[in-house]
Design a protein around this ligand. Structure first.
Ligand SMILES: [Zn+2]
Length: 245
């Protein structure tokens, strides 16, 4: 099992690892990784691996989770197969930090906006998709008062400005179930084979089970602006937002 380095340190952008498996010359499994695989509405990281000691560089163009494994897809460099990465190779990993950090800001902002519309409007979050430029939150809400969202945006920006610390915990499934008064749709109950759960607490605001990457402090978000609200039929709603810089 790959050790997931971003579980307890989302700010790790360089790390050392050993190649455990190579499939089709381009899908790489490492013994540990700080690369985030596409999941839970958050896009994957990109970056590079540099092999020790010859310094050969391998560009990572996609990271995904397949059969429980985090797989790093490298670009075909045009070299011969004997130049490729092999099991046992030592590598250094470098994450494209600008992209990842923007996703961390978007992701942490999503937690706050979701908690505000849940608390203030009684909405139920049904999904989300992060982007670099804008992100969206889907929710279920019967009475949809668009004017209220100006107020929700203000509440979210107040929370952001209050510089709440964000804490990460790895706990047993039982502890998680005790600690969470409610489970979001992002983690509706835990399947039996899950033994450890990652909890994300924005102190004084919200605590939930989440596997994504988060900031250490809400102040780093700087601010949010709600861009667009859409009716997707019945009680399904969609909200787009951007970050303030
Ligand atoms: Zn999260």
């Amino acid at each position: 099992m790959t050790e997931v380095l971003y579980f307890l340190d989302c700010y790790l952008r360089e790390f050392e690892a050993t190649v455990e498996k190579v499939t089709d010359d381009k899908f790489i499994v490492l013994d540990c990784t700080a690369f985030y695989p596409e999941s839970g509405g958050q896009p994957n990281d990109i970056g590079k691996l540099i092999r020790e000691p010859d310094g050969a560089e391998f560009e990572i163009i996609y990271v995904g989770k397949f059969n429980g494994e985090i797989s790093h897809e490298i670009a075909c460099a045009g070299g011969t197969m004997s130049d490729g990465l092999k099991a046992g190779d030592r590598v250094k990993g470098f994450i494209d930090w600008d992209r990842r950090y923007q996703h961390m800001r978007m992701h942490t902002a999503t937690h706050i906006l979701a908690s505000v519309i849940e608390k203030e409007a009684g909405a139920q979050i049904t999904g989300n998709q992060l982007g670099l430029d804008q992100s969206r939150v889907d929710f279920s809400l019967e009475a949809f008062d668009r004017d209220k969202f100006t107020e929700y945006e203000k509440i979210a920006n107040d929370v952001i400005a209050q510089n709440h610390p964000v804490n990460l915990y790895l706990v047993s499934r039982q502890e998680a179930e005790e600690k969470l008064s409610r489970l979001t749709t992002l983690a509706k109950g835990f399947s039996d084979e899950i033994s450890a759960v990652r909890l994300v607490e924005i102190e004084g605001v919200t605590i939930e089970a989440c596997g994504g990457t988060h900031l250490k402090n809400t102040g780093e978000i700087k601010g949010v602006r709600i861009e667009k609200l859409q009716n997707k039929g019945k009680s399904n709603r969609r909200m787009y937002f951007k970050l303030l810089d």
